[in-house]
Design a binder for this molecule. Structure first.
Ligand code: MG
Length: 239
């Protein structure tokens, strides 16, 4: 039996937003467009609204990819007929996948877990696209410390569904009591742990913490990697 740590990826170990911003700047600049904060803010807002439309089924994936870059090109004051929005989108997705950015101290933290907590196993549990997640993990060197990666796109189910965790647990092949979920999101990570009857650590908690802790049966909260390490090493001693 091992100590199995199931880590969420984005805003837990990797900074998704920083990677997205970096990739956008690289690609937009490469195409001779002007990149600045307003362009980025507008892209994020519009992109978010398009993903909601996609979830509702009112637009397709291809439409989403085209629309978000046509909008960006227009906001840069350029003519959309002179650019290939889908090609720019592909470049953006690729560039992001090779530009992972770690949360401050994340690499040292996972290294310390592997070195100082006996029989520790680190797994990634993430909602998202496989290439994007695995590429960013590899580009940061995080992969050296990871024992397994579970991505929703490959599994065909998302956190917080119990099916997502059933697949992970079956593959890990150890008892639930040897596993603990660590993540920043209440609605995917903490709810998922609750649905799957797993122990949980809410990382970087915010808002009404007391209310969330009781609503999601959260076992621990940690506001830094130092706090998280202390909680996990203590948990491992007793499990
Ligand atoms: Mg997250």
């Amino acid at each position: 039996m091992h100590h199995n740590f199931l880590f969420d990826l984005d805003q837990t170990l990797l900074d998704f937003h920083a990677s997205e911003r970096e990739a956008l700047e690289i690609v937009v600049t490469k195409h001779g467009l002007m990149f600045h904060e307003d362009i980025y803010r507008r892209f994020k807002e519009y992109n978010k609204s398009l993903w909601l439309e996609l979830e509702k089924g009112t637009i397709s994936r291809t439409e989403l990819f085209t629309m978000r870059f046509n909008d960006l090109i227009q906001n840069c004051g350029c003519d959309i007929t002179k650019f290939d929005a889908l090609k720019i989108n592909d470049e953006f997705i690729y560039t992001m996948s090779v530009n992972g950015i770690l949360m401050d101290g994340a690499l040292e933290f996972v290294k310390k877990i592997k070195e100082e907590i006996q029989d520790s196993r680190i797994y990634i549990i993430s909602n998202g696209a496989t290439v994007n997640a695995t590429g960013r993990i590899r580009s940061t060197g995080l992969d050296k410390y990871i024992d397994g990666i579970y991505i929703s796109e490959a599994l065909g189910v998302n956190k917080p569904s119990v099916e997502f965790f059933d697949i992970c647990l079956k593959d890990i092949g150890e008892q639930k009591g040897s596993c603990i979920v660590i993540g920043d999101s209440l609605t995917s990570d903490m709810l998922g742990a609750k649905n799957a009857s797993l122990r949980s650590v809410w990382f970087m908690p915010q808002g009404d913490i007391g209310k969330a802790v009781s609503a999601y049966n959260i076992d621990y909260c940690a506001s830094s990697f130092d706090e998280l390490f202390a909680i996990l090493s203590k948990w491992a001693e007793h499990n």
